[in-house]
Design a protein around this ligand. Structure first.
Ligand code: S3P
Length: 427
């Protein structure tokens, strides 16, 4: 299906965005292996998080979905049952990789796979450390690469000391989940910090995870204990409106109750460096996570360079940052972002290809892209590539571009933000 979006002179008002995807996944997973009932308020009802729920139901966990919350009836660390069917993660990389770690330490065999995008994304990054821990995990091998489907035969695990070769919170979290079932302590060295929702939430449930500079240390505990969780709004979803309000003249919005964990706020840092008018208020801590309101007014942007350690803190926001850069004065260089090639689509290629249709001056590089901003872009017919973040980023470009645009294959926004186009209509 396609969606027509016309130029908007400005957006205004207060809004909230759906719950954080990373935190929603983790709340279901950790709730399932904790003892007792975990009520999750503000759970993201997106397709990815629903895939996580269906995988745990398949392993005997009762999960109730209400309009405002999800309740997971946890069975404790050793309470999962052998699945009767192949676990299907759909399009969700987070489910695939975190579950691989969790399944490695169970006393049963399981198989796990997902859609065609998942089957083309690298899984060796989780299989390598898990095998070092003793996991018996087999996938579709192609040279040194491993792809889903994976077969995981539960095995006794041992703690390891592992340096992450790619900055990936999914890999770190897979190892942390396996560490809960391992003998001895596990140490993960993270040269470039990545989102730390797993460490925060696991500790909230009673795990023993500490950090010494670059090193994260996990020591096994007897049990995890259920807790009520409040999921903040997803900053990755808020980013579309932050950029839209910045580049559409006359805009002024406040997005309430957004997660502002510093491992996720690179998008705000970069936009401010580019001259955006963004302020944060009402900061508080909820379930160990920083939450705040974000106020944004239209402003003129200038080009910048985005690279180095900030990349993991804004990796999912690069498509929409590229849109901001396409309207900024001067040159923006995005580098050190090779990871974009192995997301739901090759986001270096898909962003460059789609923004060119709007007339943007943008070129692909080996590890990112170079954009020379323009005053105006013109409406275009563009394609989501079945990647939710591409669909939503192009919708933001469409709001600011002259004339009307069409987004083809728009339904992929269901992955992380099912009501996205209703929000666009309302604004
Ligand atoms: C996520 C980590 C990131 C991010 C993804 C969600 C997570 O992936 O891009 O959308 O919830 O841990 P990587 O671990 O591959 O960087």
């Amino acid at each position: 299906m396609e969606k027509k979006i016309s130029h908007k002179s400005g957006i205004s008002g207060n809004l909230t965005v759906p719950g954080d995807k990373s935190i929603s996944h983790r709340a279901v997973m950790f709730g399932a292996i904790a003892k007792g009932d975990t009520k999750i308020n503000g759970f993201l009802n997106g397709a990815d998080c629903l895939s996580t729920i269906s995988c745990f139901r398949e392993m005997g966990i009762e999960i109730e979905i209400d309009s405002n919350s999800v309740t997971v009836h946890g069975n404790g660390l050793h309470g999962l049952k052998a699945p009767q069917n192949i676990l299907d993660v759909g399009n969700s990389g987070t489910t695939m990789r975190l579950l691989s770690g969790l399944l490695s330490g169970q006393n049963f065999t399981s198989q796990i796979t997902g859609d065609s995008s998942i089957q083309s994304r690298p899984m060796d990054r989780v299989c390598t450390p898990l095998k070092q821990m003793g996991a018996k995990i087999y996938g579709n091998a192609s040279g040194c690469k491993v792809f889903a489907p994976l077969k995981i035969c539960g095995a006794p695990l041992n703690g390891i000391c592992y340096t992450l070769p790619v900055a990936s919170a999914q890999v770190k979290s897979a190892i942390l989940l396996a560490s809960l079932y391992s003998k001895g302590k596990t140490e993960i060295i993270e040269p470039i910090p990545t989102r730390d929702h797993s460490e925060i939430m696991l500790n909230h449930f009673g795990a023993d995870i500490s950090r010494e500079h670059e090193k994260i240390i996990s020591r096994p505990v007897e049990e995890l204990h259920s807790r009520e969780i409040y999921v903040p709004g997803d900053i990755s979803s808020a980013a579309y409106f932050i950029v839209a309000a910045t580049i559409c003249k006359g805009s002024e919005i406040t997005i309430k109750n957004v997660g502002v964990n510093p491992t996720r706020t690179g998008v705000i840092t970069v936009l401010k460096n580019m001259g955006a008018n963004i302020s944060i208020s009402n900061e508080k801590t909820v379930c160990g996570e920083y939450v705040a309101d974000i106020h944004v007014k239209h402003s003129k942007l200038r080009g910048t360079t985005i690279g180095g350690k900030i990349i993991p803190t804004l990796i999912d926001e690069i498509p929409v940052l590229a849109v901001a850069a396409a309207f900024a004065k001067g040159k923006t260089i995005i580098k050190d972002a090779r990871e974009l090639k192995v997301k739901e689509s090759n986001r270096i290629k898909t962003v460059v290809c789609e923004l060119k249709k709007f007339g943007a001056n943008i070129e692909e590089t080996d590890d990112g892209m170079v954009i020379i901003g323009k005053e105006n872009l013109s409406g275009a017919r563009c394609e989501s590539h079945n990647d939710h973040r591409i669909a939503m980023s192009m919708a933001v470009a469409a709001l600011a571009a002259e004339g009307a645009s069409i987004i083809e294959n728009k339904e992929c926004v269901d992955i992380s933000f099912p009501e996205f186009f209703d929000y666009i209509e309302r604004l």
